[in-house]
Design a protein around this ligand. Structure first.
Ligand code: NAD
Length: 445
């Protein structure tokens, strides 16, 4: 069995099954068996039922999510709201065949999908994989992170009740379970969200069998603050774009490049917000930032912060709080520079380095000097100027005067090492299907 821990107090909540190769084989066989009927079923009603299940589950499972993940209850509830909306969105999405010359281009499903999720948004990210896979006509075996398996397991059982047998199986277990799943010959598509390092293993495993692949990987998103920025006005948005979900968001702002006169104002305004914000147990009303999700991640955030300080960064506010939970008050690291790991690597936690730049060109150069390429943003009162600078960033999505905003119909694609393939909107369906061309003689149609 696998122990599930509450990061707010370090105590064991319960245990869940620690599945192995035989469980993978059984689940994939069920997914293979269910696929022929599922791919020709009208799935609209099934997806709408899934949306209803997610909504009904929210009052019961949101507290469970808070307990195992750490996030404030309101944010746990929001995961369910967004997940239900996603099922509804994909229930209504249709891709019609396209006619190109003498060819009709159809899309057909791929077969059983392995869906693998990390621990930062267990419900939202699971449904981001399930909804387009089901809409496209695929069956799914879903594996949540060993740090947050509980809510997904419960929700998966509830969803399985409104789906034909075998269409969805949730398997919980340690990291090697992911490897067993992605190497199983019955799996035809892998939809993976997690770190760059694991993503590369998954890509290698997919290559051996030429399985189709979507990777949503880590980010180290830069935010460039132009000298024309009104730092008092943007501070709140900027702060939450970095520290929401305790900084554990792939596309959170992870490094700030403040140009010229913007620097002092940004440091001061972010530090003021960081000092005020309520950090605590996500189950306590009023908590805005919960604990870091797990011990290894907590140790990493502490280590990166200490390393930066010993290399000359100034901890303006924040840092490790007394246990027993993994609490860390939002940390503002001034005078950071690009030689520090907290700047060059993905910290994935509540510490934000701020780098002083002399020119916009310098900021753009530093922002792009990385293998990551998920997202980025540019902030300034001169919106046209900010948009021009944003066009020079190398992320898959760039924002002007905001960060994190995204709608269900937008494509989401990481550039460079941050991802492979596209999800979201019609691209989500395309990623779960392949083209199928019917070519007929001229004049036959
Ligand atoms: P991780 O890579 O350690 O684990 C992710 C999942 O992969 C887990 O379920 C894990 O058990 C599984 N896994 C581990 N080894 C495997 C293997 N060899 N084969 C198959 N599966 C395997 O990542 P994490 O620490 O859980 O999550 C944090 C990372 O996820 C961060 O880098 C973050 O940026 C990224 N992330 C990306 C997005 C995105 O959409 N781009 C969204 C959320 C999180």
């Amino acid at each position: 069995m696998l122990a599930v821990e509450n990061p707010a107090n370090g105590q064991r909540i319960t245990t869940v099954p620690d599945a192995g190769p035989a469980d993978v084989d059984k689940a994939v066989r069920a997914a293979v068996g269910a696929w022929p009927a599922w791919r020709v079923t009208d799935r609209h009603a099934a997806l709408m039922s899934c949306a209803a299940v997610v909504e009904e589950a929210a009052p019961v499972l949101a507290p469970v999510l808070t307990e195992e993940q750490g996030k404030p209850l309101r944010e746990a509830e929001a995961e369910f709201t967004r997940a239900a909306a996603r099922f509804r969105y994909f229930a209504g999405l249709r891709i019609e065949p396209r006619v190109v010359g003498q060819a009709e281009v159809h899309r057909r499903p791929l077969g059983p999908v392995a869906a693998i999720t990390p621990w930062n948004f267990p419900v939202q990210l699971a449904v981001a994989k399930l909804a387009p896979a089901f809409a496209a006509g695929n069956t799914v075996v879903l594996k949540p992170s060993p740090h947050t398996p509980l809510t997904t397991l419960h929700l998966g059982r509830m969803l399985a009740e409104v789906l034909p047998p075998g269409v969805l199986t949730v398997l919980t277990g340690q990291d090697p379970l992911g490897e067993h799943l992605v190497t199983h010959p019955g799996i035809r598509k892998i939809n993976f969200t997690g770190s760059v390092a694991t993503g590369k293993h998954v890509a290698a495993a997919a290559a051996a069998d030429l399985k189709r692949l979507t990777l949503e990987l880590g980010g180290n998103d830069p935010a460039i603050i132009l000298p024309c920025a009104d730092t008092a006005l943007l501070a709140e948005k900027l702060f939450w774009s970095a520290f929401a979900n305790c900084g554990q968001i792939c596309m959170a702002i992870k490094r700030v490049y403040a140009v010229g006169s913007a620097y002092d104002g940004v440091v001061e305004a972010l530090a003021a917000l960081a000092t005020e914000v309520v950090v605590g147990d996500g189950r306590t009303p009023g908590t805005r930032i919960g604990p870091v999700n797990n011990r290894p991640q907590y140790d990493r955030v502490i280590g990166l912060t200490e390393e930066a300080r010993s290399d000359g960064a100034r901890l303006v506010t924040g840092g490790r709080l007394d246990g027993p939970g993994y609490f860390f008050a939002p940390a503002i690291l001034a005078e950071a520079h690009d030689g520090m790991r907290v700047v060059t690597e993905e910290q994935f936690g509540p510490v934000l380095p701020i780098v002083r730049c002399s020119t916009v060109d310098e900021a753009v150069g530093l922002a792009n000097a990385t293998k990551f390429g998920l997202c980025g943003s540019v902030w300034g009162t001169d919106e046209e100027r900010a948009a021009d600078v944003a066009m020079r960033l190398e992320g898959g999505t760039v924002w002007v005067n905001e960060h994190l905003a995204m709608s269900l119909d937008e494509p989401f694609a990481g550039s460079k090492w941050s991802g492979l393939g596209v999800s979201g909107g019609v691209w989500g369906i395309e990623g779960n299907t392949e083209p199928f061309v019917v070519h007929r003689p001229a004049g036959a149609r």
